[in-house]
Write a protein that binds this ligand. Structure first.
Ligand code: NDP
Length: 243
């Protein structure tokens, strides 16, 4: 018999990147409601009410990321939870995709997630605890025309997460990926008819809400998920089921 998981502590130091709107804002609000101390990052620097700190950080800039983690840990102590959520799209068919479109997406969605994880892990390893959650996507599992850059970056997150999971498991740190499907945010508002077409393929019959994703992130960061690491949790209404 293993003992039940101890209650998840409150007052944790939680960093959420891309917290100014959409999924990141819902994730930040979720942890604020649990009583955690949330540091909200975005380039614009806005955040949901109740966050302990709001920082303007471009995750594609490693120096800014390192400085922001230094600031946050000096004020709030070791990072307990990092949610690497910041992401962009620059869609276009691969044959016509510019170098800039490719690099911008890789720089934010993959390099940025790595910089954040590297900086936060230094603090977690010293504390011998922590939870790292990457916001991936169903895109690499389904393949999406026009999103070669985005799908490649999000696929990279899976390899990154699983390698890190093995590197830090001995320190009781878990590393997981949440893979949303079609979620109603600014990112998907521009999809128009393509979004409606995709929606029609979702077994649960609707696009998800940012709160649907926040619930899954909250679970992976909780003590109930302490034995889950290296996992990819789809939050997609069944869209990519089995892939
Ligand atoms: P939004 O466009 O609504 O929000 C993106 C957030 O990321 C904003 O807070 C933005 O703030 C921030 N951001 C963007 N670039 C940077 C950067 N370089 N540095 C710091 N912050 C940045 O997107 P969603 O909420 O829809 O998406 C959030 C995550 O979920 C992304 O990783 C996305 O790929 C993923 N996802 C979304 C899906 C969906 O259907 N919506 C589906 C699957 C995955 P600011 O502009 O102020 O910097």
């Amino acid at each position: 018999m293993t003992p039940d998981a101890p209650a998840t502590p409150t007052g944790r130091h939680v960093i959420v990147t891309g917290a100014s709107r959409g999924i990141g804002a819902a994730v930040a609000a979720h942890f604020v409601a649990l009583g955690d101390r949330v540091v909200a990052w975005s380039r614009g620097g806005s955040a949901p009410e109740g966050c302990a700190r709001t920082l303007s950080v471009d995750v594609a800039d490693a120096d800014q990321v390192n400085e922001a983690v230094r600031t946050a840990t000096a004020e709030l102590g070791p990072v307990d939870v990092l949610v690497a959520n910041a992401g962009i799209t620059r869609d276009g068919l691969a044959m016509r995709m510019s170098d800039e479109q490719w690099r911008d997406v890789l720089a934010t969605d993959l390099d940025g997630a790595f910089y954040c994880a590297r900086a936060a892990l230094a603090s977690m390893v010293r504390a011998r605890r922590g939870s790292l959650i990457f916001i991936g996507s169903v895109s690499p599992f389904m393949g999406v025309p026009g999103q070669a850059n985005y799908a490649a970056a999000k696929a990279g997150l899976v390899g990154l997460a699983r390698s890190l999971a093995k590197e830090v498991a001995s320190r009781s740190i878990t590393v997981n990926v949440v893979a949303p499907g079609l979620i109603d945010t600014d990112m998907t508002a521009a999809l128009g008819q393509a979004g409606a077409d995709l929606s029609a393929l979702i077994p649960l019959g609707r696009a998800g809400s940012p709160a649907d994703v926040a619930g899954a992130v909250g679970f992976l960061a909780s003590n109930q998920a302490r034995y889950i690491t290296g996992a990819v949790l789809s939050v997609d209404g069944g869209l990519a089921m089995g892939l």
